[in-house]
Design a protein. Structure first.
Length: 138
């Protein structure tokens, strides 16, 4: 299973795990697709009203778009988090175990306590989305 940190690493092009040969092929396909998508994003953002500033910012990116990918992840990490934890299209899948609040009650599919629903964003209830900056300890 991949963690939120792993997803961030993959999007930003920093994933160190290479896996077995079958997974390596899938990883290469994923990387090709990400480069294609970030090429489209790059073309869009460098032709808008901040064209010169953004062209200068992403000039050294090359075909991997590492700076753009980092910026995109920073801007969209909360949206990715909500998609993983709240989207109805995921059906019965869950990113977390369906227990919260010190194990005393189920999370009603939202991974939140205290009757928080997606879109309400009650303070100190939503899970943190900075897990990709927290080191993993063995």
């Amino acid at each position: 299973a991949r963690s939120f940190a792993d997803i961030g690493d993959i999007v930003r092009g920093r994933d160190l795990f290479r896996g077995n040969p079958q997974e390596k092929e899938k990883r290469e396909d994923l990387e090709k697709n990400l480069k294609k998508y970030f090429q489209q994003i790059h073309n869009d953002v460098t032709s808008g009203r901040n064209e010169q500033a953004l062209q200068a910012r992403y000039k050294k990116d090359g075909q991997n778009f590492y700076q753009l990918r980092e910026d995109w992840w920073t801007a969209n990490r909360h949206t990715v988090w909500k998609a993983l934890t709240c989207d109805n299209r995921l059906g019965g899948y869950s990113y977390f175990r369906q227990r919260a609040c010190a194990g005393t009650s189920p999370t009603q599919g939202y991974c939140r306590c205290g009757d928080d629903q997606p879109g309400r964003d009650n303070p100190n209830i939503d899970p943190p989305t900075y897990f990709d900056y927290v080191p993993q300890y063995l």
